[in-house]
Write a protein of this length. Sequence first.
Length: 210
Amino acid sequence: MSEHLTVVDHPLVQHKLTLMRDKGTSTSEFRRLLHEITQLLAYEITRELPVTQKTIETPMETMDSPILAGKKLALVSILRAGNGMLDGVLDLVPSARVGFVGLYRDEETLQPVQYYFKAPKELADRMVIAVDPMLATGNSSAAAIDLLKEAGATNIRFLCLLAAPEGVARMKEAHPDVQIVTASLDRELNEKGYIMPGLGDAGDRMFGTK
Ligand code: URA
């Protein structure tokens, strides 16, 4: 992956995304679809995990065969909606280490403020995948990446379900080194910061909190 933004246009991803966008889709179905679509996106974003050769015995003969190399991947959920994507990635990479970043928006300054941060050790030696379904303004995503870099991360990817052009531009400006993988680049943000056409509030839809 050399592009800053990768849109995964696989038919299964696009089909599941359509079901998720539909406002008639139930909470349980939304969560299940997010889990499944994350598995497919995770397949794409882990394409460049380093591998080495291991000598093994098949029932037929000895061979050198590829195996993941280096430190375990670090998966970081941006709370709270990022949690809906954790298990989908962990299905594919069960030994990944998991961290959490919690940010809220200060109503006066409109800037993201950290309320929780817990990351795996030795971030500098790991591929780090930050997950948040919605890349909207990009402010909290960029702030979360700032925190990961302060903690030592150098090889970071950002996995989301939907991205707004404004969020992609903000991330590109703040973190041009961070590759973004998404299922869709939507049209725009509305005046309230929601992605259009989008799918509404991802956290509310996955946790049933509306
Ligand atoms: N967060 C959401 O959950 N939905 C949006 O449309 C934008 C940000």
